[in-house]
Design a protein around this ligand. Structure first.
Ligand SMILES: Cc1ncc(COP(=O)(O)O)c(C=O)c1O
Ligand SMILES: [Zn+2]
Length: 401
């Protein structure tokens, strides 16, 4: 089991501190995986159910909070809202710290601890920081998290603080935060657990494997919100591995959605360019995907192209409308970045890039409770004050249109 450069095939040990090959290429874990359905059939759904297909070093003990095993909810009213026949929501907000990041973090922190690191760090738009802080606490490690000042949701900041992370707010955006902490990691001050770390992406493979195991048939399409592009890249790797093992009857189309103000990957794909032009000033209400230079873009490009998927953009208004629709039609409260997947699906159906007869899974990546401000800012008049008097309450309800 080794790290391979995806650009030049040079190999590095699993416990390397390097996050890129000397040639600048991204790395990925490759191994001679050996498993089949029988291997995990009797185990509960969750990340470690698939342990034979995850990184391993001698003596490692999983640092776990019970991550994965999130619900896959058939959502007929939301399907109608999007304009398709069959929709399922894989709700990653049900993870221990409220986002899909826990899947990568349980694996990343487990490996970091087994390698003997005592300090782990990340740059984050909020969820990675919250997740790292929790898993580092669980492992007894020190977490250093660098976030863009004033641009992360309050709930995520509170999570990082309460779990005891050293929280640094940079006067800059996520991309600058990542560059800064990346330099500290290269100096050896800490072990980096951003999604550029190939071990972390291994944990994130389990998301789409769970979808396959929860649905009775392979979906036609899986839709992801895209920020740094790690999650959609991990999905592709997961599907390719399952295919190689003869466990994937057909490949679902991987589809990415970016917010219009932070859409360098979508623009690259739309223009047919083969390199990414960064967005220097990314801006969106979906702060989790407010990223101008998605580091995993080469992997994500392959994910979309090799599965016949697509990438689209949505406005902040479309994101907030999708968030409200999902919450009010299905009872699922997600953060704005997560709602981008649904807003994107609706748009793709509308422009007929997605067929209404497709069976689609939308990934909702983070819990809405992390960012209540995003809802309250646009909810003026939603709460009506009443006297503690049944007549007044009745009259108010009768006047409700
Ligand atoms: C809630 C949420 N959705 C989506 C994303 C984007 O994931 P990725 O950076 O892997 O593309 C993030 C990443 O920060 C996130 O926190
Ligand atoms: Zn290389």
């Amino acid at each position: 089991m080794l790290n391979y450069c995806i650009a030049c095939d040079l190999t590095y040990p699993l416990d390397t501190n390097r996050m890129r090959c000397g040639c600048g290429g991204l790395m990925e874990v490759r191994a001679d995986w050996k498993a089949d359905h029988d291997t995990w059939r009797d185990r509960p759904l969750g990340v470690w159910r698939y342990r034979e297909m995850l990184p391993h070093i001698d003596g490692m003990v999983p640092v776990t909070l019970g991550e994965g095993g999130t619900g896959l909810h058939r959502a007929d009213r939301m399907a109608q809202w999007c304009g398709i026949d069959e929709l399922h929501i894989k709700n990653e907000g049900e993870n221990p710290t409220g986002s899909f990041k826990d899947r990568g973090m349980t694996v990343g922190v487990t490996m970091a601890k087994a390698m003997g690191h005592s300090v782990v760090g990340c740059a984050s738009t909020g969820n990675t920081a919250a997740s790292l802080a929790a898993y580092a606490a669980r492992a007894g490690l020190t977490a250093v998290v660098v976030v863009p000042a004033g641009k992360i949701a309050l709930g995520k900041l509170a999570q990082s603080i309460v779990h005891g992370a050293r929280v640094l707010a940079v006067k800059g955006n996520f991309d600058q935060a990542l560059e800064t902490i990346g330099l500290l990691a290269e100096e050896g001050s800490l072990y980096l657990l951003n999604s550029i770390n190939p071990l972390r992406l291994e944990g994130q493979k389990t998301l789409v494997w769970e979808v396959l195991d929860q649905l009775d048939e392979v979906p036609d399409r899986v839709v992801y919100p895209v920020g740094n592009a790690g999650n959609i890249s991990a999905a592709h790797k997961a599907l390719v591995e399952r295919d190689r093992m003869g466990m994937l009857p057909r490949m679902p189309r991987l589809t990415g959605v970016q917010a219009e103000g932070a859409a360098p990957f979508a623009r690259m794909m739309a223009s047919g360019a083969d390199t990414l032009t960064s967005e220097p000033r990314p801006e969106t209400v979906a702060t989790a995907i407010r990223i101008g230079h998605p580091v995993s873009w080469p992997k994500a490009r392959a994910a979309v192209m090799e599965t016949g998927g697509t990438v689209t953009t949505v406005t902040d208004e479309e994101i907030l409308a999708a968030q409200r629709a999902l919450a009010s039609l299905e009872g699922i409260f997600v953060e704005p970045a997560s709602a981008a997947s649904l807003a994107g699906l609706r748009k793709l159906v509308h422009v007929r890039e997605v067929d209404a007869r497709e069976r689609v899974v939308c990934i909702t990546t983070g819990n809405g409770l992390k960012d209540p401000d995003a809802v309250l800012r646009t909810s003026e008049g939603a709460v009506i004050e009443v006297e503690p008097d049944p007549r007044h309450v009745r009259a108010t309800l009768e006047a409700w249109s």
